[in-house]
Write a protein that binds this ligand. Structure first.
Ligand code: GLU
Length: 564
């Protein structure tokens, strides 16, 4: 009987940066989908050999949460709560910092076979060599100076002297067969003697990735095109170590609408532009230190700390572009919509199909359907997808999910609708009224502002007042005065009860419902936009409605609409 072929194994191998960038999420999604379609394993490996950058367990949790939120599950890797690893094949551990012995062994083998060598240049010496190359306008390449030291002496000095280990790159042509890009050829001698073990004894990314992909039986490496430059190095290392070369697929870059690589810098760019447009010389109070602000404003490459940037954006009333999965979650997008949208960044299932769920992707995913050129992130399209998805939700589903989101991101809305303990009748009415007009959960929370704002803090929009109350010799104002009397006598304050009363009132005056609804809406919310007027009034209840009408009438009488 022929031996069963080993399962397909794909992996997502993030560095623990604390956040799941949208590009990383797409890499994870495609690896997940490929493993599912091939009936194989999808594993998660934490590439934490860069000790300077490692930020502790937190930095992993953010990534795991992001994956879970998107609905991407992994067969092997750290458990979501970091309790124990999932390791059905016994290929763990999954943190590279815990796999040192494997890298040490690989480096030792290469050194013994003279396929790698110790090098003793200090960082300063290397910097000087780089400077010289720059001045002479040639690319820097390590000149193998260490190889002029006799072999035995190198090994002896390595016992006590700081050193790195360099791979002795062979003069061979490297051909990478890429499922997306086709054959990528590198002429002999193009790969330099890159470092495989750093001065701190930790492996570089190149060594760790090659050793781990082999040890974990990884069959397919699907990753961003920014890694293409590394792949020839990996292929040469695989040959030197006798490792199998996996199937490669390099994904097109994701670019922001401006055409630049989508990164956190987009947030700085957005806020900096708003500051310049507003002619801001000093930061608004309570946002950021003036000196920090001035340096950041003057230097387009400088990044501001996230918290300060968010405060500045809020003070200026600008929305930060979403970059990390967490940003999209906080902005109130549905996870399945985000997963659907990021799947389209470089992949198309064919035909006109654009909207699909993860189950569909797991069935249809195909490396042959990945594009070569950069994928532009279209925020408008994502928002349209989300709007459609919310429109297609049941009121019940929306009420549940929106409440869960508000508990975390807009608790004041939950309190205002008395839904702390669960979906309340008020919450149900509020959610049903807002769902058809909401693009995101955050949008719905803004729409609930009329309920959250205290009665004596409603700010009247000047245009709305003019249009709905003052126009035509105060036609709307007269309606509002009379309506107040009618509403004061109304006993049924349910939405249908209010609706019926408003209908009868309009009919009695021989005017359309709009002529009644708009003046009332301005009195209750300060603007001409709100959920349906019957629901708005029912949600506020009798006392709050009457108080708001009285306050609005008084403001008009005094000619003051700012509530003072
Ligand atoms: N740790 C690398 C990164 O975060 C992964 C590279 C790879 O997939 O080989 O970009």
């Amino acid at each position: 009987m022929p031996a069963a072929s080993p399962p397909a194994v794909t992996r997502f191998a993030p560095s623990p940066t604390g956040h799941l960038h949208i590009g990383g999420a797409r890499t994870a999604l495609f690896n997940w989908a490929l493993a599912r379609r091939l009936g194989g394993h999808f594993l998660l490996r934490i590439e934490d050999t860069d000790r300077a950058r490692d930020a502790g367990p937190e930095s992993v949790v953010g990534i795991l949460r992001g994956l879970e939120w998107l609905g991407i599950d992994w067969d092997e890797g750290p458990a979501p709560d970091l309790s124990a690893d999932r390791d059905p094949r016994g290929v763990g551990p999954f943190r590279q910092s815990e796999r040192r012995a494997l890298y040490d062994d690989a480096a030792r083998r290469l050194l013994e076979a003279d396929l790698a060598y110790h090098a003793f240049e200090t960082p300063d010496e290397l910097a000087a060599m780089r400077d010289l190359a720059k001045r002479e306008k040639r690319p820097f390449r390590y000149d193998r100076a260490a190889l002029r030291i006799p072999r035995a002496e190198r090994f002896a000095r390595a016992e006590s002297e700081p050193h790195v280990v360099r791979f002795r790159a062979p003069e061979e042509e490297v051909v990478v067969r890429d499922e997306v890009l086709g054959e990528v050829r590198l002429a002999p001698g193009e790969v330099d003697d890159f470092v495989i073990v750093k001065a701190d004894g930790f492996p570089t990314y190149h060594l760790a990735v090659v050793v781990d992909d082999e040890a974990m039986g990884v069959t397919h490496v699907v990753r961003g095109q920014e890694h293409l430059i590394n792949t020839p190095r990996h292929v040469l290392l695989q040959r030197a170590l006798g490792c199998r070369t996996p199937i490669y697929a390099h994904l097109p870059l994701i670019v922001s609408p401006s055409g630049a690589k989508m990164s956190k810098r987009d947030k700085d760019r957005t806020v900096r532009r708003a500051c310049r447009d507003a002619g801001l010389a000093e930061p608004p109070p309570g946002t950021v230190e003036p000196a920090v602000f001035a340096r950041w404003l003057a230097d387009k490459n400088r990044q501001m700390e996230q918290g300060a940037l968010a405060r500045l954006a809020a003070a200026l009333g600008v929305t930060l572009p979403e970059i990390d999965v967490e940003d999209f979650r906080a902005a109130g997008y549905l996870p399945r919509v985000v997963a659907n949208y990021i799947a389209l960044l470089g992949f198309s299932p064919g035909g006109d199909v654009e909207k699909f769920d993860l189950a569909f992707l797991a069935e249809r995913f195909d490396l042959a359907r990945i594009g070569k050129t950069g994928a532009r992130f279209d925020y408008k399209k994502l928002l349209a997808f989300n709007t459609d998805a919310i429109a297609a939700m049941s009121d019940e589903d929306f009420a549940e999910r929106w409440r869960a989101w508000c508990l975390e991101f807009a608790p004041e809305v939950v309190r205002a609708a008395g839904a702390e303990a669960g979906v309340s009748p008020t919450w149900r009415v509020l959610a049903a009224a807002l769902r058809p007009r909401s693009k995101t959960f955050a949008d719905a929370a803004r729409g609930a502002g009329f309920l959250v704002t205290p009665d004596d803090e409603i700010a009247y929009d000047r245009k709305a007042v003019d249009k709905a109350l003052l126009k035509n010799d105060g036609e709307g104002l007269a309606v509002l005065r009379d309506l107040r009397r009618t509403l004061a006598g109304l006993t049924d304050w349910s939405a249908p009860g209010v609706g019926a009363a408003l209908g009868a009132f309009a009919e009695g005056r021989g005017v359309g419902l709009g002529k009644v609804a708009q003046p009332l809406r301005v009195a209750l919310t300060g603007s001409t936009v709100s959920p349906p007027i019957d629901a708005t009034a029912a949600l506020l209840g009798r006392d709050r409605c009457l108080a708001r009408i009285d306050r609005c009438l008084a403001a008009v009488d005094r000619g003051r609409f700012d509530g003072s």
